[in-house]
Design a protein around this ligand. Structure first.
Ligand code: 4AD
Ligand code: MG
Length: 433
């Protein structure tokens, strides 16, 4: 008897197979029971009649939600069943029956989001959450494939760091061994600037941490970032890489995770357009779009969440906004030679109100200018001495960016909040479970 996963059921039409999973739901109707099983790859409806399979019928009758089961039966096409196939159950082994006295906490009704987040370890079993996590995995796979195919070498950056990368207000301080001070990394960028000088084209992909006090649908305190960095590269090179990467990720999810997108009821029409090239506009052009929509943003202001939505609504795919005022960007941004008040920086804004998914640009390669910027930003030069070495020994123009995985996946999945797209979200007031 073949042991199969539910996602493969269609290949076994008419055959007897075994499925190992959990009881997701059950409906009883006289001498028939209609259990729904899940195994992580999908769900399948079963049918069992008292008359034909009394033992299995008795085992199923009154069986509690999320009891673990090994079920054997015949697969047959059934148009009305979810997934197009059902199983005529002939045999069932219950590994653990969930106690009736302490039933599975997540019922098949609407629960409040705080309750669901408190039960995140169980919530991930629901088909919707499982689909999101499968799409996340596909996005990661596609992103890595794309970077590898472009000749970028994976070089992992450390999590413990001696200094800030993205502003000191969101640093998590760690009591490191023997009372040395360390911080959780906000970005691997500074380290991959070093590995880029060693290997040419590199990337890092891992968790990053920000003590974000903001309670928005776009902020986590722990999130994953994919960061490429290349020697002898400029702003335009990075915008080209970024649009190629995002197109590859979206198109891979569309091609390989259509069932999951359907489970999420995602309107995929809007994702189909996501193909390079993406529109590129300057910060000043973005301001003009905002003003046209009676938004008062002026030169020198940050483009916030609401503003990002107004700008991105003008386009049918992600838009890249470049050349921001240097004053509102990080210390390491290379100024535009023709307009030194502008930084050679860019952000990619996702459509449908999902906002910034990528931030990056060209880095300062002059030792003198970098030292000056550290001073202006009140950053301690000693902690950055190793970073300044990269400008002392064979400095070259270089550039890179960071793609926020959760914001990208939230957009692809169409979820309301990014907390749903990471297995265990970490937010301002949540580190449990
Ligand atoms: O724009 P950010 O801050 O850029 C950097 O950290 C650069 N050092 C990256 C680089 O050039 N190598 O962050 C990059 C991306 C954002 O566009 C966003 O997608 C995501 O990281 N991000 C967050 N995602 C979830 N929660 C947060 N609190 C985030 N902060 C940034
Ligand atoms: Mg940014």
């Amino acid at each position: 008897m073949p042991i199969i996963s539910i996602e493969q059921a269609g290949k076994y039409d008419g055959q007897e197979v075994t499925i190992r999973g959990w009881l997701y739901n059950i409906r009883e109707s006289g001498k028939l029971v209609f259990p729904i099983f899940r195994d992580g790859t999908g769900i399948i409806q079963g049918v069992c009649a008292l008359k034909e399979n009394p033992e299995a019928f008795q085992a199923l009758k009154g069986l509690t939600q999320e009891s673990s089961v090994i079920v054997t039966g015949t697969i047959r096409a059934e148009q009305r069943a979810p997934g197009g196939f059902e199983m005529g159950v002939s045999k069932i082994q219950v590994l653990q029956k969930v106690s009736e006295a302490q039933p599975y906490p997540i019922q098949l009704k609407e629960h409040g989001v705080d309750f669901l987040l408190d039960h995140r370890h169980l919530w991930i079993r629901t088909p919707r959450q499982a689909s999101i996590l499968r799409i996340r995995a596909e996005a990661v796979r596609a992103a890595r494939n794309y970077m590898d195919s472009q000749g970028y070498i994976l070089t992992d950056a450390p999590m413990f760091t001696p200094a800030a990368c993205e502003g000191t207000s969101t640093l998590f301080e760690v009591n490191y061994i023997d009372d040395q001070k360390a911080y959780l990394t906000q970005s691997g960028q500074l380290y991959i600037e070093a590995t880029a000088m060693a290997l040419g084209k590199v990337y890092t992909f891992g968790p990053t941490f920000r003590a974000e006090k903001s309670k928005t649908r776009r902020h986590l305190t722990e999130f994953w970032m994919l960061e490429p960095e290349a020697a002898y590269a400029d702003l335009a090179d990075m915008m080209t890489l970024a649009e190629g990467l995002v197109s590859a990720v979206v198109q891979s999810v569309l091609a390989n995770k259509s069932i999951e997108l359907e489970t999420l009821k995602r309107d995929t029409k809007k994702l189909e357009n996501v193909k390079a090239p993406f529109p590129r506009i300057t910060y000043e052009e973005a301001i003009a779009i905002l003003n046209k929509h009676n938004n008062p943003t002026k030169f020198g202001d940050d483009i916030g969440g609401d503003e990002e939505t107004i700008v991105s609504n003008e386009f049918d795919r992600p838009v890249m906004v470049h050349r921001y005022p240097a004053a509102i960007k990080a210390f390491y941004m290379q100024p535009d030679a023709e307009r030194p008040d502008l930084a050679l920086a860019f952000d990619m804004l996702a459509p449908e109100g999902y906002g910034e998914i990528i931030g990056g640009g060209q880095r300062i390669h002059s030792l003198e200018l970098l030292k000056q910027r550290l001073q202006e930003h009140h950053l301690p030069e000693e902690a950055f001495n190793w970073y300044l070495d990269l400008r002392r020994y064979g400095s070259v123009p270089h550039a890179g960016f960071g793609l926020g995985l959760e914001r990208t996946v939230a957009w692809i999945c169409g979820t309301e909040h990014i907390r749903e797209v990471i297995p265990f979200p970490r937010m301002i007031y949540r580190v449990y479970p």
